[in-house]
Design a protein around this ligand. Structure first.
Ligand code: HQG
Length: 181
């Protein structure tokens, strides 16, 4: 994604996941915003958007962070929200291993309290070690935890997979976690 589109993606992530009120935008219960409202509200707050730019960001986004409704009139973030939205995700059987990337400085706390959503709606997990290590790198010296997802599921924990392939769960207690050497 080129730099201007990346900036728009960051702006949309902030607005659609965390602070729609920063531009006086209203999301519905499913986290959808009308594209026309988004363009208008952003414009009033000195952020120029157009349908064309929004479409480009949705299509070219490296992690497919956003989804447009079929008629193209509404947009929402696929995951990562800190505000309560109902994504209508159905519980799914997770793969045999899921990974969570974090920074080494968080390990002691994670091994004491488990993986917490830390301000987001869910704990974010990945089926890929490589993706997890990249997520961990955003926070500092990275490390990866492996989650015994099948055992968690047997024990009654629910897993969801977002539209863009991020595995989500509410909480991971420490007994299901092991650091990948
Ligand atoms: C840590 C990106 C101390 C947790 C990625 C993480 C992801 C604890 C941080 C998405 C803890 C939260 C989310 C505990 C968890 N004690 N630290 N008990 N439990 N933590 O950014 O998972 O590019 O909210 O390990 O791809 O890093 O934005 O979550 O380090 O899918 O689309 O608390 O963000 O996607 O950090 O990243 P974050 P995350 P985007």
């Amino acid at each position: 994604m080129d730099q201007p589109l990346k900036a728009v993606s960051k702006f949309l992530s902030y607005i659609l996941r965390h602070r729609p009120e920063a531009i006086d935008l209203e999301l519905n219960a499913g986290g959808w915003a009308a594209v026309a409202d988004l363009i208008q509200c952003a414009g009033k707050h000195d952020h120029f958007l157009s349908e064309e730019i929004i479409k480009k960001v949705v299509i070219s986004n490296d992690k497919q962070r956003f989804k447009l409704s079929e008629d193209g009139q509404y947009i929402r973030a696929n995951q990562g929200h800190s505000i309560p939205v109902n994504l209508d995700l159905l519980p799914l059987t997770p793969p045999s291993a899921l990974f969570h990337g974090t920074a080494t400085r968080f390990l002691a706390s994670i091994m004491a309290s488990g993986l917490l959503p830390s301000g987001r709606q869910h704990v974010h997990l990945s089926a890929s070690y490589e993706i997890a290590i990249a997520v961990g790198r955003r926070h500092g010296k990275p490390t990866v935890l492996k989650i015994n997802a099948p055992k968690m599921q047997t024990d009654g924990y629910l897993f969801y997979c977002s539209e863009n392939g991020v595995w989500l769960t509410d909480y991971v207690p420490t007994q299901y976690l092991v650091e990948v050497e």
